[in-house]
Design a protein around this ligand. Sequence first.
Ligand code: ATP
Ligand code: MG
Length: 440
Amino acid sequence: MRKLWPRSLFGLNLLLLLGLALVVMVCSVAAYIQMQRPRVIELGSLVAGQVNTLDSVLSQIAPANRENVIQHINQADQIVVHDQLPPGKRHIPRAPLIQLFVDTIHQELKPNIDYRWLGDTDARLWVNLNIAGQRSWVSLPVSQVPQPHRLLTRGLLLLIIIASVAVLLAFVLQRRLNRPLQQIAAAVHKLELGGRPEKLPEYTTTELALLSHQFNAMVESLDAMESNRAIMLAGISHDIRTPLTKLRLGLEMSNLQGNKELYRYLRQIDTIIDQFLEYGRSGNSEPEFTGDLNVLIQQLAAEFEGRDIMFALVLNPLPETAFQPVAMQRVLRNLMENAVKYAGGSELVITSYCQQHQLYIEVADRGPGISQDKISLMLRPFERGEAARTGVDGTGLGLAIAEALMRRQGGSLQLLPRAGGGLTAQVILPLRNTAQISRD
Ligand SMILES: Nc1ncnc2c1ncn2[C@@H]1O[C@H](COP(=O)(O)OP(=O)(O)OP(=O)(O)O)[C@@H](O)[C@H]1O
Ligand SMILES: [Mg+2]
């Protein structure tokens, strides 16, 4: 039974509406029968009265006129006179209105008049009348009594119409519910993976509107929490920096000056503090500058070249666009650092192009890449991959900072698998203040 119970909202709605349709149909038929009862009783009395009168009148006629009278009656196409009762189904249908009609006839017909109900489709009442002293069977049409088969056909037709309307209604209802539910599910999923879902629209259905309102409020409070966390981090990092500088000075003046290991630790702490501060600052805005992003890419590549790390550049002409130079530098540097850190510096390529009013910069490597289900997670602050945690230094903030900086400029950061292995970090910036030049 539980298996048959529908699981989807569509199925439940449909079941509810069909159930309702069935109840409506049964009630309509019951109400119809109830309303027809007085009419059927009246009809029964009328027919019984007419038959009684007919029997009295016909019994009075002279035997010589009998054939004439019978011929005369037979000419009227409604009434037929037979000597014998014709063969046919003799049961009285168990339909309530017909039984009521027959009961009325039974009560009101003279006791010496025999009667039969014959036929299912073309129902007729047969009465055994005295015509000139001899008994004959006279058939009277009783089609005014509501026939069960007609009631059944009409009921079925009604059910089919109501059921079709129910299916249509369930479908419309479902469509109204489906889209919002899918949007909400997608937003929750994005949140679960560490992304920042778009604001849900205010739906017209009250319950959904409440749900979307609460969800939006929750996302906003999560944002506020995140920015509080960033501010706190920046504050702590800032405060650590002062004693750290003093420590470095003390170290330089001590006999530990030559200890490279200690200096490496200090540099590591410095980098971590830098990233913390950066993350704290990633919510602040920086003035925009209009220029060619390819120039910035070339500068950064040259910087890495100085460290003997080669990035192959595939730079397509880009229109000048508005961007935040320091932020863009940080974004690209973080991505380039990751490519170097996690891919060991092989086959590093930076591609830039413009497509459909958007600028694309892709930093590609041949490292282990990031599996599809981990991508959103890696964009979260302090999340680091397994390999990174065991081998390479880092705070897990680089991608979170890059993503926040891109979002602040109206752009985005995507991490995609690179064809042939590795990762492609794709930065997308909407083109502003300029005409579009397409790559293809
Ligand atoms: N190019 C890449 N190839 C493979 N994995 C990567 C790549 N870039 C990032 N990752 C994974 O994503 C994680 C998060 O990267 P993210 O840059 O945010 O932090 P991090 O590099 O660990 O530290 P840092 O704050 O110093 O950048 C990394 O720990 C690593 O596991
Ligand atoms: Mg990094």
